[in-house]
Design a protein around this ligand. Structure first.
Ligand SMILES: NC(=O)c1ccc[n+]([C@@H]2O[C@H](COP(=O)([O-])OP(=O)(O)OC[C@H]3O[C@@H](n4cnc5c(N)ncnc54)[C@H](OP(=O)(O)O)[C@@H]3O)[C@@H](O)[C@H]2O)c1
Length: 228
């Protein structure tokens, strides 16, 4: 049985990661911005026989991350998934940049994963894995415009976590960066390529096999290396 912590677990891919990890008998700390409004997650936890517990954590807020991590106790963490994300402005205007929107993306998807990693670091050790959700939009190969805050933040997340991977390598802690696929969640809508179930199952397989030799790498959900 592994012990797993997942941010943004109320919906989407993170919810499905929680469900599938519990299904195989893992202990899951499901971290959600608003547990009271996370009805599906609470129902999943209630039916999990104690394997899933729900805890409040807004990854954009220092105090919330500290209290959320503390609320999960002191158990060693085998896998930490940094999943929480927002789309931000899809078609930003150069003559009217919404800086609040930009800052929110930075707080949630760039500083957020580092806050969360830092809060759980005392409970990570050799063999632990920290899997960070980037996107194909954060790669130099993405051939479209728009989504500047999202793309910039995901690119920065990958570069930052690659550095963190070097810094944690001697402690045997794996730090991974992934693109989870184009997934039919609230974020990408029903026309996307794969389901959250398919994405989460593939990511769990990928995480299981992620060795320290591959720390700091950027992978697609399906195990192919992603271009930076
Ligand atoms: N879906 C895709 O095609 C796709 C593609 C590439 C990358 N990704 C990345 O994969 C991750 C998951 O995406 P998804 O499609 O599952 O998204 P989603 O269905 O929109 O779910 C986003 C989750 O993040 C949570 N969240 C947002 N802000 C938060 C905060 N400040 N603190 C804690 N939780 C917060 C949301 O909680 P609330 O319910 O409280 O809002 C929700 O549970 C994201 O990082 C996304 O950028 C997704």
């Amino acid at each position: 049985m592994a012990t797993v912590a997942i941010t943004g677990a109320a919906r989407g891919i993170a919810f499905e990661l929680a469900r599938q990890h519990a299904e195989r008998g893992d202990r899951v700390f499901a971290l959600a911005r608003d547990p009271a409004g996370a009805e599906a997650l609470n129902a999943l936890a209630d039916a999990s026989g104690g394997l899933i517990s729900v805890h409040a954590m807004d990854v954009g807020d220092n105090a919330s991350v500290a209290s959320g991590a503390a609320g999960t106790g002191t158990d060693a963490i085998d896998v930490l998934y940094n999943v929480a994300g927002v789309t931000g402005k899809a078609e930003p205007q150069l003559d009217g940049i919404d800086w609040d929107d930009f800052d929110q993306s930075v707080e949630i998807m760039l500083k957020g994963p580092l806050r969360v990693l830092s809060a759980f670091l005392p409970r990570l050790s050799a063999g632990s894995k920290v899997i960070n959700f980037s996107s194909q939009l954060g790669a130099s190969t993405w051939p479209y415009g728009g989504y500047w805050p999202y793309a910039a933040v995901k690119a920065g997340l990958g570069r930052m976590m690659r550095s963190v991977a070097f810094d944690l390598r001697d402690r045997g802690i794996v730090v991974g960066i992934i693109h989870p696929g184009y997934v039919s969640t609230d974020m990408s809508g029903p026309g996307a390529d794969i389901t959250p179930q398919e994405s989460a199952a593939a990511i769990i397989r990928l995480t299981d096999g992620w060795a320290i030799e591959e720390t700091g790498e950027f992978y697609k959900w399906n195990g192919e290396k992603h271009a930076w």
